[in-house]
Structure formats: structure tokens, C-alpha cells
Design a protein. Structure first.
Length: 242
């Protein structure tokens, strides 16, 4: 009797799950390509994002301020005194997109091959190409697009022209804020961070001036925890004249 009661409870639970969550099919063996690729590539995106966020958008910065054991790239810099800085990376968003792409591309291609292998192990005939990987930083997310046409055949035929994976991120606003700050630094030699905070309520800016004349900016989103740190050296006066 106890066994029948347990089986009845399990059956009821299965029915509830199917009707409450119709997108979940516990009897299905099909592979969801978007979910599979997201699980496969998201850790790689998070890993490089963490590095770039601490180092001014560069994996290996050449011109940088050493601060708290981090090499923080100068996005605006001048070695001379009395002059405003020169913007070092005018296309910051595009540069960061390329840094992410270069880092994740080998893993992304492996993810596509693994997806193909998953289908083949389930008896599908799969054809397609490795294609190309594109990375875009857009409002509220980092978008990774796999432009890799793929056709899978079994009882039916499905054709995919591309796959898209999005990772939640507020980096778009942080990077545009960084661009605006370095434009002010290059024009006026300094920036007024209070203006940004009044306009973006979720934005936090820590501005640290150092004895060597450099300034460390740490931008952060207080809701999501996303951050971006960069350095500037602009309109510096010799120590005796400050």
C-alpha cells in the first residue's frame, strides 16, 4: 500500500511540473542549442569580463598605472606637466568587444563542436560550418552571436542560421560613462563626477588622485555589482606647485 501511495505522489508531481512549467519536458532528449551554448560560454565571458573590469578594458595593458597590485590602463594620458591628457582609446566599447572576442573565440568554437557532438550522439545527422563569433556590448547585456549555420536531421529537419547568447551586464552604461569622463579630462584636464551620479542613480564613482599625478576612476553599478576601473593622467602640476 505504501508503495502505491509513493507512486501516486510521484505521478501527481510529474503532472504538476508539466502543466506548471510547459517549457520543461522531462521526457525529452532533445538538445536546446541556445541553452547549451549559454551554459558553455558564459563562464568564459564572466572570466574575461572580470579581468578587463579591473584593468581598464585591457587584458595586457602596455601603458598603465600600478595601483593595489593591478595594472590599470591609462585611457587618457600625457607625460608632460600643465597639459590636458590625450585620449588613448577613442573607441573604447569596440576595443573591449574585441578583447572579449579574442579571449572567448577558441572556447566558443569548441562549444559549437560539442553541440554538434551532442546532436550526433542522439542520432541526428548534423551539417554546418564553424562560422564566426561576434561580441556586442549593448544596454543591459553582453551579446555573443555564433554566425554558424547548422542543419540537423532526424525525423524532421531544422536549420539554424545563427545562435545568440546574452549575458546580463550593465557594462554598456559604465563604458559610455568612462568615455565621457576621459573626454572631459582631455578637454578640461579634470572631470566633475557628481554630474554623472545625479543623472544615473545606480552609478557609483570612486575617484582617487595619486602623488604621481595619475587619477584612478572606479565606476560601479550599485544594483548589479558591475564595475569598471581605469586610469588617467591629465593637467598635472609639479608637486611643489600644487
Amino acid at each position: 500500500m505504501t508503495l502505491f501511495v509513493i507512486l501516486a505522489i510521484l505521478l501527481i508531481a510529474i503532472v504538476v511540473i508539466i502543466f506548471a512549467f510547459p517549457e520543461v519536458n522531462i521526457f525529452s532528449t532533445a538538445v536546446n542549442p541556445s541553452s547549451y551554448l549559454k551554459d558553455c560560454i558564459e563562464p568564459e565571458v564572466t572570466e574575461i569580463k572580470d579581468v578587463l573590469s579591473r584593468q581598464g578594458g585591457y587584458q595586457n595593458p602596455l601603458s598603465y598605472a600600478l595601483y593595489q597590485d593591478e595594472r590599470i590602463a591609462y585611457l587618457c594620458y600625457i607625460a608632460e606637466y600643465y597639459l590636458p591628457c590625450i585620449v588613448q582609446q577613442p573607441l573604447l566599447v569596440r576595443h573591449v568587444e574585441k578583447e572579449i572576442k579574442d579571449y572567448i573565440e577558441p572556447r566558443a568554437k569548441q562549444c559549437l563542436q560539442d553541440l554538434k557532438n551532442q546532436y550526433e550522439r542522439k542520432g541526428y545527422d548534423v551539417s554546418g560550418s564553424s562560422g564566426t563569433i561576434n561580441v556586442s556590448i549593448i544596454p543591459s547585456k553582453i551579446l555573443v552571436e555564433f554566425a554558424a549555420p547548422m542543419t540537423i536531421r532526424k525525423e524532421e529537419t531544422q536549420t539554424f542560421q545563427k545562435f545568440a547568447v546574452s549575458v546580463d551586464s550593465e557594462w554598456y552604461d559604465l563604458l559610455l560613462t568612462a568615455v565621457s569622463i576621459i573626454e572631459y579630462e582631455s578637454t578640461f584636464g579634470d572631470s566633475e563626477t557628481g554630474l554623472y551620479i545625479s543623472y544615473y542613480p545606480n552609478l557609483k564613482i570612486d575617484k582617487t588622485r595619486r602623488d604621481d599625478g595619475s587619477t584612478i576612476y572606479k565606476l560601479g553599478d550599485v544594483v548589479t555589482g558591475d564595475s569598471f576601473v581605469f586610469a588617467s593622467r591629465s593637467l598635472v602640476w609639479p608637486q611643489g606647485l600644487r
